[in-house]
Design a binder for this molecule. Structure first.
Ligand code: CDP
Ligand code: MG
Length: 133
């Protein structure tokens, strides 16, 4: 069993897509072990996304993730990290495969509805970041 961190980003929470997205995880054998709706500060978003601090989009990305409520979840299942990345689809919704979350719901490369950890190491760090207690 592997765990990964998933975030439903502000654009999807705002459009009431939380249940639709959770159902995609459940139907695809990813158990939602923990889930909470939170609104983080720009400082917290900057800490969370610090791997991207050298990127041109970093400031906008952090402003965006802190712009409204998000839902953070621990997903658990076989190969949960890769399985979640596959369900999410490509970063840019325009390039995402049919029936992926980003193809179905993403608006643009920045408002792409979901985040998912990309490695075992980052999954551990990201879960710790939001669920340390
Ligand atoms: O989220 P993912 O792992 O697919 O992509 P990333 O390369 O780790 O980038 C993190 C997030 O930055 C993306 O999900 C986008 O929301 C945002 N991003 C952006 O706004 N503009 C880009 N050119 C690339 C990424
Ligand atoms: Mg990433």
């Amino acid at each position: 069993m592997e765990q990964t961190l998933s975030i439903i980003k502000p654009d999807a929470v705002e459009r009431n897509l939380v249940e639709n997205i959770k159902n995609i995880f459940i139907k695809n054998n990813l158990n939602i072990k923990e889930s909470k709706k939170i609104h983080i500060s720009k400082e917290e978003a900057s800490e969370f996304y610090k791997v991207h601090q050298s990127k041109s989009f970093y400031n906008d990305l952090c402003a965006y993730l802190s712009s409204g409520p998000i839902v953070v979840m621990i997903l658990e299942g076989d190969n949960a990290i890769a399985a979640n990345r596959k369900l999410m689809g490509a970063t840019n919704p325009k390039d995402a495969e049919e029936n992926t979350i980003r193809k179905l719901y993403g608006i643009s490369i920045d408002k792409n509805s979901v985040h998912g950890s990309d490695s075992i190491d980052n999954a551990k760090k990201e879960i710790e970041f939001f669920f340390k207690d």
